[in-house]
Design a protein around this ligand. Structure first.
Ligand SMILES: Cc1ncc(COP(=O)(O)O)c(C=O)c1O
Length: 341
């Protein structure tokens, strides 16, 4: 059974498993001093440019926490949207480990606006208040929408003009690259991002994310923060080997493309049905829609998905790298049966 609850429902891409099995053959140095980790770092440099530092961690929350910790003092705050994963879905991990306050601003289709960031800057210099030092955005956003390269450039320009850093929570960064039909260097490095949490788990890896530090002023302490933060994995080769395979043959792109294409297929199949309303622009691998409540009950028996608001009939469908056209066809047919059309 295929699930649509999250892209974490899918398994691991077979090529990733093969890469892990190959990496299992010999003894290597631990804690990242191994050939796999060196090679994976080089792969990241090929994609993002030479002047970056790469740190592997186990999961997305850790990537956000450790990356943000490296650039902040506890009296400095992070501006993010109310819908940001770091705000609502990480159990306060960022606040606990960085000590920094999150300053929430409203989202528009999941995205932040410079006007709202600017309002927070009134706090600067007031020593009774935390000092804004970081903007954090999610690419893709929690509603599956995507910042254009131009938008990221504008936010980073604004950040740097105001002595702020820009962090990107890229747990679905590959889906964004596909959506924008751009490369990672253009979207991240050249757009002026300072810290990126680069996701892999949602797009075919078993586990493992990478923190990329693009601003050399930040990097110094990260290796200590990662160890103290319990994310320096002794058998790191099992993360690195996955990333080599993921990046070397564009697997990150192919997997994300399949997931995005399936979301777009679903949107196309449903958008002209009058009882269904797609609520956010479908730009990656998520479809949010309002459907009649009795239809939710009907499809709930067969599929797993997230009901965001039962009263409004708002549900979220997430496709994965292994979602097929047949999966979408079956799902659409079942929705139609529920609608009796
Ligand atoms: C936007 C975003 N950031 C970060 C994460 C955190 O990932 P993890 O569950 O691996 O800690 C998620 C996971 O759902 C996410 O959707």
């Amino acid at each position: 059974m295929k699930m649509f609850l999250s892209d974490n429902n899918s398994g691991v891409h077979p090529k990733i498993i093969e890469a892990m099995v190959k990496a299992n053959e010999e003894h290597v140095f631990p804690y990242g001093n191994d050939v796999y980790t060196k090679k994976a770092e080089l792969k990241f440099k090929e994609l993002f440019g030479e002047n970056i530092d790469v740190y592997f961690v186990l999961n997305g929350t850790a990537a956000n926490v450790i990356g943000l910790s490296a650039a902040l003092r506890s009296y400095e705050s992070i501006i993010c949207t109310d819908s940001a994963h770091i705000n609502g879905d990480e159990c306060g991990a960022v606040e606990k480990f960085t000590g920094s306050k999150l300053l929430q601003v409203p989202n528009s289709n999941g995205k932040i606006s410079i006007d709202d960031i600017e309002k927070m800057l009134k706090l600067k210099g007031n020593y009774h208040r935390t000092q804004p030092k970081m903007i954090s955005i999610s690419q893709c956003s929690e509603f599956g929408t995507v910042y254009t390269v131009e938008e990221i450039k504008e936010i980073s320009k604004f950040a740097h003009e105001n002595d702020l850093y820009l962090h990107v929570d890229g747990s679905r960064i590959s889906n964004a690259a596909v959506s924008l039909n751009t490369n990672l260097k253009e979207m991240i490095t050249e757009a002026g991002v300072d810290i990126l949490s680069f996701g892999g788990t949602k797009n075919g890896l078993m586990f493992g994310e990478a923190i990329l530090i693009l601003n050399p002023n930040i990097s110094e302490d990260l290796k200590y923060i990662r160890k103290q933060g319990m994310q320096l994995i002794s058998k790191m080769r099992y993360i690195s080997a996955q990333f080599i395979e993921y990046l070397e043959n564009d697997l990150y792109y192919k997997n994300a493309k399949q997931a995005n294409d399936m979301a777009s297929l679903l949107e196309n199949e449903l958008k002209n049905i009058k009882q269904i309303k797609i609520t956010y622009p479908v730009q990656s691998n998520m479809v949010f829609m309002k459907i009649p409540k009795d239809v939710i009950k009907y499809i709930e028996n067969k599929y797993e998905f997230y009901t965001i608001d039962e009263n409004e009939g708002l549900i979220r469908i997430v496709t994965s790298f292994d979602t097929t056209e047949k999966d979408i066809e079956n799902f659409v047919n079942d929705i139609k049966l529920g609608l009796k059309i």
